[in-house]
Design a protein around this ligand. Structure first.
Ligand code: GLV
Ligand code: MN
Ligand code: MN
Length: 419
């Protein structure tokens, strides 16, 4: 590593990063040390404003696109060069932790701050992005901001998605955009030279092996569906069973069949039904409408494709009297990161003498969509017992800072420092 790059890396401040994580964790704090910061909520807007205030205090420019992705730029010497990008998300799961997503955003800000303090010049701009609605807990599907930015999902098809309170995405998004009028406008699919995302591992391997850095090689594939059963509501005390169209009874049969379909002795396949809505949801009325979500994941392209295709026929077989609708909401094939960025992250970990290993990601990330448009990689740091999507999510300040140092070194290599 060059002397000047080492100077910038050394200016990453563990205490500043930790303090900012704590400041962000207060926005949407829930009991048990967790965070509930749904996309495009008042809490999301407050987190965005805090991030923008830190960026402006340093003189970085702020831009926003039509889905609300925020771009914070440290200028390069070549005004025409595409930026090297880094980032993650600020929204959380309903019972989320203090690190999922926000760590990658604040590690990126720390990298920009460290470069600024070292007075280092890069030919390319270095740009931090806070992606909108990565979690998809309020407005499915997940990774929406990066999917819209890379034009993999047309925004027009998402605007009518509603949350549980019946609020449409288009209205929550408009409110978010109106809350940050001073930001410049950024076009979708603006060119990027490379993208690196830092994130907690969300699994136990790094901690178990005593490693500080995961050099991420790619992300497993997934399919999401909404499954609906339509029956007829009736009186629970009087309607003979033989005369019922009970949507919940048939949905439960379908859920059992899906668990059978996805049984995997090697425990590689991941299958989750995380959402179940029942209408009218009254103890003495036969359920007329059930909706449940399906999330299925596997690292092998053929297996995830076969599983994706088997979901609808398996559900239909379980329906005897009700009608069924199966709506695919997300389809991501497994992605392999660009070897040049994977090598770059590994070199940075080696240069900083940090114990590291290569590993795939089981969780999805915005890096999956960025990998479609530019050379992409990720950096994982350990989290306690691999717990994530849970208030108890935890990580050590020194590991988080180490990840930010690797990020700074890798971004500098890709952004072409000016000698
Ligand atoms: C992102 O949180 C995912 O669902 O993997
Ligand atoms: Mn995340
Ligand atoms: Mn998450």
């Amino acid at each position: 590593m060059r002397e000047a790059d080492r100077d910038a890396v050394d200016r990453v401040r563990e205490q500043r990063l930790w303090q900012r994580l704590a400041d962000m964790a207060r926005i949407g704090a829930i009991p048990g040390n967790g965070v509930n910061r749904a996309a495009f909520s008042a809490e999301d807007i407050a987190a965005r404003k805090l991030l923008i205030s830190w960026a402006r205090a340093r003189g970085f420019t702020v831009a926003i696109d039509v889905i609300g992705n925020l771009f914070i730029r440290r200028a390069g010497t070549d005004p025409h060069a595409a930026p090297v990008m880094t980032g993650s998300h600020m929204d959380s799961q309903p019972r989320g932790g203090r690190f999922d997503g926000i760590y990658g955003v604040l590690a990126g800000l720390e990298a920009l701050e460290a470069m600024e303090e070292a007075g280092i010049k890069t030919r390319r701009p270095v740009e931090l992005v806070a992606w909108s609605n990565e979690e998809g807990g309020r407005f499915p599907p997940c990774t929406m901001g990066s999917a819209v930015f890379t034009t993999a999902m047309p925004l027009a098809e998402l605007l009518e998605v509603k949350d549980d309170a019946g609020i449409a995405l288009k209205d929550a998004l408009a409110q978010t955009l109106a809350a940050m009028p001073a930001a410049e406008k950024r076009e979708l699919n603006a060119p990027a030279a490379a993208y690196i995302e830092a994130h907690i591992e969300q699994g136990p391997l790094l901690e178990q092996e005593g490693k500080t850095i995961g050099v991420v090689t790619g992300i497993q594939g997934l399919r999401w569906f909404n499954v609906e059963f339509f029956g007829e509501t009736a009186h629970a005390g009087t309607t003979p069973l033989a005369a019922r169209q009970d949507a919940l009874r048939e949905a439960i049969a379908a859920i059992g069949a899906l668990h059978e379909l996805t049984r995997d002795a090697s425990d590689t396949l991941r299958f989750t039904i995380g959402r179940l809505l029942v209408r009218p949801n009254s103890p003495n009325s036969v359920p007329s409408h059930v909706m449940f979500s399906v999330d299925v994941r596997h690292p092998d392209t053929g297996t995830i494709a076969r599983m994706g295709e088997a979901i609808e026929p398996t559900v239909r077989k379980a329906a005897t009297r009700c009608s069924v609708r199966v709506t695919p909401t997300l389809r991501d094939d497994p992605c392999a990161f660009d070897p040049s960025v994977v090598d770059c992250v590994e070199r940075a970990a080696q240069a900083l003498k940090l114990a590291h290993r290569r590993m795939p990601s089981g969780a999805s990330h915005d890096a999956m969509y960025m990998a479609r448009v530019c050379p992409t990689g990720m950096i994982f740091v350990p989290c306690e017992r691999g717990i994530s999507h849970n208030e108890a999510e935890n990580a050590r300040p020194e590991d988080l800072a180490a990840g930010a140092r690797v990020l700074t070194a890798a971004l500098l290599e890709l952004a072409a420092p000016v000698r």
